[in-house]
Design a protein around this ligand. Structure first.
Ligand code: SF4
Length: 334
C-alpha cells in the first residue's frame, strides 16, 4: 500500500531578484516535505530567505522577484504550473497565511467581521448573514471574548493579541489544509506570544492542519514543530526531525545557533518564560550579491578548511531524514 503524499512538498525552490544587471538568488534550491498534521519550523537569521520561502509557497513573491520550483505540491496536487485564477481559489481554501504584523495585514477601514466574512465569501457562495454568523463562530474559536460585540470592532480598537487572533480566524475561515505562519508572535509581548502559540497548537489539533512556522526563535520551534529546516543565505543547511537536529546537529551553523540555548526539554522557568532567541554567531550574514566561493557559511565557520572555499557542499542525508550541507558533517555523526 502506498502512503499518502505529504501535506506540502517543495523541491528546488529558487527566488531571484535583479541586481546590477544580473540576478541574485535570495532563495536557492530549497526542498522539504511537511507531513500531514505536523508542524515544520523554518528557522534562520534575518535575511536568510525564510520569509521569502513562505511567500513563495503561496506564489506571493513580490515583484520584481521571480520564483521557480520543480515542485510545490499540496497533498500531491502540483501548484507550480497552475494559472493564477486557480491559484487564487486555492489560497485561503487549501493553503493560508498568517503574517507577523496584523496591523499592516488587516485593512484599517473594515471591521474584523467584515474582513473575516469577506474571506469566507471569496471562496464559498454564502449570504452576508451566514458569513457573519460564521465569522462570530470563528472569533469564538480563536478565543475572542464577546465575539458578537467584537465582530464590529475596527483593527485599531483591538489589542495586538486580538488582531493576531482575527488574522488567524481569517486564515482558518475556509478550513485550509496547510497554514503558513510567518513570525506570528514576534510583534507580541511574551504573555500574549505564549497564548497565541497555545491557540495555534490547539487549532492544529482540532482541525488536523499542517503548519509551516517561520521564526527566528529556536524555542518556538522546539515547542511547536516536529520537523525543522535551518536556512542560511537562502539555502537549507540542515533539516530533519526537531529532536534530532537540536540534540545532535550536523552543521556548524546549527551548532552555533544552539550553542548558547538551554538544552531542549529542560524545564522552563514558567509558562510564559520567553523562548530562547537565536544567539549571535561571529561575523555577519554575507550580502547575497557577494557570497563567498564554495560554502556560503565559510567566512563565519570555525571549521572551514581549503576545500570549503573551492567546493560548495551538497545536502547529504546522514541519518534517516536528517540532512546537512557541510563537507565535515560526518564528523558529528555519532
Ligand atoms: Fe564550515 Fe566547510 Fe562545513 Fe561550510 S562546508 S559549514 S565552511 S566546515
Amino acid at each position: 500500500m502506498t502512503s499518502p503524499p505529504p501535506a506540502l512538498s517543495v523541491r528546488d525552490l529558487v527566488v531571484t531578484f535583479p541586481r546590477d544587471g544580473g540576478t541574485v538568488e535570495a532563495v536557492s534550491g530549497v526542498s522539504f516535505d511537511v507531513p500531514r498534521g505536523q508542524t515544520l519550523g523554518i528557522v534562520g537569521e534575518s535575511g536568510c530567505g525564510k520569509s521569502l520561502t513562505s511567500l513563495a509557497l503561496l506564489r506571493l513573491v513580490p515583484p520584481p522577484g521571480v520564483m521557480t520550483a520543480s515542485r510545490i505540491a499540496l497533498a500531491g496536487r502540483e501548484l507550480t504550473g497552475l494559472p493564477e485564477r486557480e491559484m487564487r481559489a486555492l489560497r485561503g481554501a487549501k493553503i493560508a497565511m498568517v503574517f507577523q504584523e496584523p496591523m499592516t495585514s488587516l485593512n484599517p477601514v473594515y471591521t474584523a467581521g467584515q474582513q473575516i466574512a469577506e474571506a469566507i465569501r471569496l471562496h464559498e457562495p454564502v449570504s452576508r448573514r451566514d458569513a457573519r454568523t460564521r465569522a462570530v463562530e470563528l472569533l469564538r474559536r480563536v478565543g475572542i471574548p464577546s465575539p458578537e460585540l467584537r465582530i464590529d470592532a475596527y483593527p485599531h480598537q483591538l489589542s495586538g493579541g486580538m488582531r493576531q487572533r482575527v488574522m488567524i480566524a481569517m486564515a482558518l475561515a475556509c478550513g485550509p489544509d496547510v497554514l503558513v505562519a510567518d513570525e506570528p508572535t514576534t510583534a507580541l509581548d511574551v504573555t500574549i506570544q505564549a497564548q497565541i502559540l497555545d491557540l495555534l497548537r490547539r487549532l492544529q489539533g482540532e482541525l488536523g492542519m499542517s503548519v509551516v512556522l517561520v521564526t527566528h526563535d529556536l524555542g518556538v520551534v522546539a515547542e511547536m514543530a516536529q520537523q525543522v529546516v535551518v536556512m542560511y543565505a537562502g539555502r537549507v543547511v540542515e533539516s530533519g526531525p526537531v529532536r534530532e537536529v537540536f540534540d545532535a546537529p550536523l552543521h556548524p551553523y546549527t551548532r552555533g545557533l544552539l550553542g548558547s540555548v538551554p538544552p531542549i526539554g529542560r524545564p522552563r522557568g514558567g509558562p510564559h518564560e520567553r523562548p530562547a532567541r537565536l544567539p549571535t554567531i561571529e561575523g555577519i550574514v554575507p550580502s547575497l550579491g557577494s557570497l563567498p566561493s564554495g560554502c556560503a557559511f565559510r567566512d563565519r565557520c570555525a571549521f572551514a578548511e581549503p576545500r570549503c572555499a573551492s567546493e560548495a557542499p551538497l545536502a547529504v542525508e546522514l541519518r534517516a531524514g536528517h540532512a546537512s550541507r557541510c563537507h565535515l558533517a560526518e564528523r558529528w555523526v555519532a
